[in-house]
Design a protein around this ligand. Structure first.
Ligand code: 73E
Length: 811
């Protein structure tokens, strides 16, 4: 990075002239943003070329992380922080009369993901670059990211997210690295000597063009690559011959249908909808990615047999599981290897992470659809299935039930999770409890058959984005106390724990939190018109809206609190502001109703003079990485209240903790490990355990009606959904009401209500002891180091990928 202020200024001004033909006075804010990005881009480019050169010269093993989603967030500020130039550039720009904050607002927030899974991929990319692991991303350059959410008349409305409309400053189109991906058609087989040769005919070819985004490390020279593929037509120039033959319309039709492949991100989280276009997307980026990896590998090595020594391919859930047959195809049909050699290489190269046990997220494709779109893939999957079933038969002769439950093709469906398990050398869950559930329940048969494949890798988050960048004042206090070593070695945060009872540090931490709360309060005022008090408890529930995440449990607690305050105006509670944010999948009715309920309840409570500012409810629209960067630093309470066993890990829980919020949560996902790390006294745990949840499911022992009729609070709140209490159409929330009673409350909201309410009372009591609360807060921050994605990717790298960090020397 350029460290000299004057040099920076000269290059910045020069960029404005060469890029836009303008001086500082005439240039728009966007021009200035682009000129600044260019300064950084150019500095990064040098290190980028050098990183690639050193990777290829040393032949060090490369990791490729295949994911349908990369929820990156903004890049400019992160580059300034990672490059250690933020203050220098801020001052230099100020001297030119430019406010850096204003320029940062110009950047679009690339929302190429739905939630935790996509954000995890982005955190991993950042950590790999910071730690020096040669790790690259492979995904899709969606023209439209996740929809923009607006709340209109209490309803979620979805608007297209045209994030590329002003151009994206951080991407490099690499047209010379484009590859072809083939769909449909037929496969002809013939024998040439000993070998079978498969030729693909009458297919539809699509051009995959890579756009590379640099991923720079922290204060090092490493720049890894995120390669996002764009679908384009092969015949992009005007084809006069076809026009003359009268085929112009067909040609145009082909062109527009090709573009569709990389047009939109499917907006469902933890849900699978078997759309043909989704399968096309999966094969499109997986085939393109693997082809480019092999092309690169072959520039240096002649034998494919060494591939697992040089390359690791990791698949982020089953969405890229088609990598198993595609790598087989490339090795057999293109590189002329035998089945056995290809299989050995494939399974040694590929590893797989499972992210969910929700049955509705399991990917299975109808055989007919799979076969007609991807005929060669089907042949290979069929053969894999035959071989797997044969070895299962050898191990469990006659046990048809077991074999059917493990077959890759069964009931006329292709089962992607089974394909991923058999086709990889490692299968991991994302938190200890989740991995245990995989081993003992969901994948128990596979675990018995391949015990060594299964392992746990508890998720993590990058503490550089989520603390150093998002909460610079808190980061400053920590650095003053323990030095800056924690930035590259997050376990060192533990040393901050020594200051948990230090009055001076407590006061500083309290002030920073208060300040962050004031900044958020200002934002809320601007966005919603509602005034909130920064001295109230900020109780924050931000994540995708989903029944299993139980936003409804939080809502019921608020309604009950409101009822009690109305009954007893002198009830001594600490004023609270309940803040929600999150998107609902457009077709997910109950989730949209949940948003509507929060919004309607907010309008009722926020206007009610009787409760004199004791309670406020806020729903913030369009939750995104950028909004998260405002919310986590301002939270006092972190809501992590999913039904035990359902949330594989969660990562928002870690971001809150790192910023000093205290968790109220169930023993689910990574909450279990957060609880272990901070101890009973620094977290509020309540509710059913996953074992109790499984017992209920297995023995049908839960009766929602019984809870309803025996707890007057629950009865009252439920009736208020449908008796005209809410200022909205009376029958509006009947389906929600029914899901909890007539449908027997699948996620145990009513069952956990009492325990949750009690935990909230405890929390309120503890908050009143000001010093105790700050002590808990500091303790949480100090224990957050193990939840850094630096730790997570070092574990992946040691146990699964077998890669080592590389120090890139300056060019
Ligand atoms: O618990 C989270 C987890 O922290 C889990 O629900 C989420 O992944 C996070 C990162 O490990 C997740 N998302 C999806 N599956 N699990 C998913 C499934 C289908 C489409 C999009 C996302």
């Amino acid at each position: 990075m350029l460290m000299d202020k004057d040099e920076f200024k000269a290059i910045f001004v020069n960029n404005l002239q060469t890029m836009f033909g303008k001086g500082i006075e005439e240039a728009s804010i966007n021009n200035k943003y682009m000129a600044l990005s260019r300064v950084i881009r150019d500095c990064i480019s040098k290190n980028w070329m050098e990183t690639n050169k050193q990777y290829s010269e040393t032949g060090v093993k490369q990791v490729y992380y295949f994911s349908m989603e990369f929820l990156l967030g903004k890049a400019l500020d992160m580059h300034l922080v990672n490059g250690g130039v933020k203050e220098i550039y801020r001052e230099a720009l100020e001297e030119l009369g430019i406010d850096l904050n204003e320029l940062e607002k110009q950047e679009a927030d690339p929302g190429l993901g739905n939630g935790g899974l996509g954000r995890l991929a982005a955190c991993f990319m950042e950590s790999m670059a910071a730690v020096g692991i040669p790790g690259h991303g492979c995904g899709i350059r969606y023209t439209y990211g996740l929809f923009e959410q607006k709340i209109v008349d209490h309803n979620q409305v979805e608007l297209p997210d045209n994030w590329l409309q002003d151009g994206y400053a951080w991407e490099f189109r690499k047209a010379d690295k484009a590859v072809e991906v083939k769909f449909g058609g037929t496969i002809n087989s013939s024998q040439q000597g000993e070998r079978w040769v498969f030729t693909h005919e009458n297919y539809e070819a699509v051009l995959a063009v890579p756009y590379d985004v640099p991923l720079a490390g922290y204060h090092n020279n490493t720049v890894n690559t995120l390669r996002l593929w764009n679908a384009e037509s092969l015949h992009d120039t005007f084809d006069l011959a076809s026009f003359n033959r009268g085929e112009y319309l067909e040609a145009m039709e082909y062109r527009s249908s090709v573009g569709l492949i990389s047009k939109i991100l499917y907006p469902q989280d933890n849900f699978y909808e078997g759309r043909l276009l989704r399968l096309k997307q999966q094969y499109f980026f997986v085939s393109a990615g693997l082809q480019s990896i092999i092309r690169r590998y072959k520039k240096r090595y002649s034998s494919m047999k060494q591939l697992p020594k040089r390359v690791a391919v990791h698949i982020n859930d089953t969405h890229p599981a088609i990598a198993v047959p595609e790598l087989m195809r490339l090795l057999m049909d293109q590189e002329e290897l035998s089945w056995d050699d290809a299989w050995k290489i494939t399974t040694e190269t590929i590893s797989y992470t499972n992210h969910t046990i929700m049955p509705e997220a399991l990917e299975t494709w109808p055989v007919e659809m799979f076969k007609s779109l991807l005929p060669r893939m089907y042949m290979i999957v069929h053969e894999i299935n035959e071989r797997v079933c044969r070895s299962l038969w050898d191990a469990y002769p006659g046990d048809w039930e077991r074999i059917r439950s493990m077959a890759v093709i069964a009931d006329n469906m292709v089962h992607m999770a089974r394909l991923a398990v058999v086709g990889s050398h490692s299968v991991n869950g994302v938190a200890q409890i989740h991995t245990d559930i995989l081993k003992e329940h969901i994948m128990s048969n596979f675990h018995k058959f391949y015990p060594k494949k299964f392992n746990n890798k508890t998720n993590g988050i990058t503490h550089r984005r989520w603390l150093l960048k998002a909460n610079p004042e808190l980061a400053g206090i920590i650095t003053d106390c323990i030095g800056s070593g924690w930035i590259t070695d997050p376990q060192k945060l533990e040393e901050f724990g020594r200051f948990d009872t230090d009055k001076i540090i407590q006061e500083k931490v309290r002030k920073v939190k208060h300040n962050n709360k004031k900044i958020l309060a200002k934002y809320i005022k601007e966005k919603t018109g509602v005034t909130i008090d920064a001295r109230s408890i900020f109780d924050v529930h931000i994540k995708r809206i989903h029944s299993y995440k139980r936003q409804i449990l939080n809502v019921f607690h608020i309604m009950d609190l409101y009822n009690r305050l109305k009954e007893n105006p002198s009830l001594a509670i600490t004023p609270r502001t309940f803040i929600f944010a999150g998107k609902a999948a457009p077709g997910y009715y109950i989730a949209k109703q949940t948003i509507k309920l929060i919004s309607v309840l907010a309008s009722l409570i926020n206007k009610d003079k009787d409760i004199k500012g004791k309670l406020k409810v806020i729903f913030l629209e369009n939750y995104s990485v950028s909004l998260g960067e405002l919310l986590f630093p301002a939270a006092d309470v972190s809501e992590q209240i999913s039904t035990a066993s359902k949330e594989a890990s969660g990562t928002g829980n870690m971001k809150f903790m790192l910023n000093g919020a205290v968790t109220i949560g169930t023993l689910d996902g990574a909450n279990v490990e957060i609880h272990d790390a901070v101890g009973d006294d620094n977290i509020f745990i309540f509710g059913l355990t996953s074992q109790q949840v499984f017992d209920y499911y297995n023995h049908g022992g839960y009766d929602a009606w019984q809870v309803y009729s025996s707890d007057i609070r629950i009865k009252t709140v439920l009736e208020q959904l449908v008796n005209g209490f809410l200022p909205y159409q009376r029958e509006e929330f009947r389906p929600l009401y029914n899901s909890l009673l007539a449908d027997n409350d699948e996620f145990f909201v009513l069952r956990d209500f009492d325990a949750y309410a009690k935990a909230q009372v405890e929390l309120d009591k503890r908050y009143k002891q000001k010093n105790k609360w700050i002590e808990m807060s500091i303790h949480n921050i100090a224990q957050a180091g193990i939840f850094s994605s630096d730790r997570t990717i070092c574990e992946y790298s040691r146990d699964i990928w077998h890669t080592k960090p590389v120090v890139i020397t300056k060019p």
